[in-house]
Design a protein around this ligand. Structure first.
Ligand SMILES: [Zn+2]
Length: 105
């Protein structure tokens, strides 16, 4: 299969030059803006950043909620597992005392 599109193969120098030019262009565009437009663009950038932060926070909340849910599930499963007497280690199924040694559970 030789039909794979070739990736552009830039040298680090070329990449650096492209980055510089992009920055220069951005700076030129910025300088052409009126102070009002600059303030608007700044506010817009700020709003976008806040939106990103909000999305990020939502994602983190979702993750911690799912994590808490799965933890609660694990705890519930643990509760159903047979317990062992802390005194003699005999498996006990419910009840307040160990059937082997009488240890309070
Ligand atoms: Zn016991």
């Amino acid at each position: 299969m030789d039909e794979m599109p070739k990736m552009p193969n830039y040298t680090p120098e070329e990449l650096m030059k492209m980055q510089e030019e992009a920055l220069k262009k951005a700076q030129e565009t910025w300088n052409k803006l009126t102070p009002e437009e600059q303030a608007k663009a700044t506010a817009e950038a700020q709003r976008m950043m806040e939106e990103e932060a909000r999305k990020h926070q939502e994602m983190m909340d979702t993750i911690s909620r799912i994590s808490a849910q799965s933890k609660a599930k694990e705890t519930a499963q643990d509760a159903q597992k047979p317990k062992f007497c802390p005194n003699c280690g005999t498996p006990v199924s419910g009840g307040k005392f160990c059937g082997n040694c009488g240890q309070a559970l």
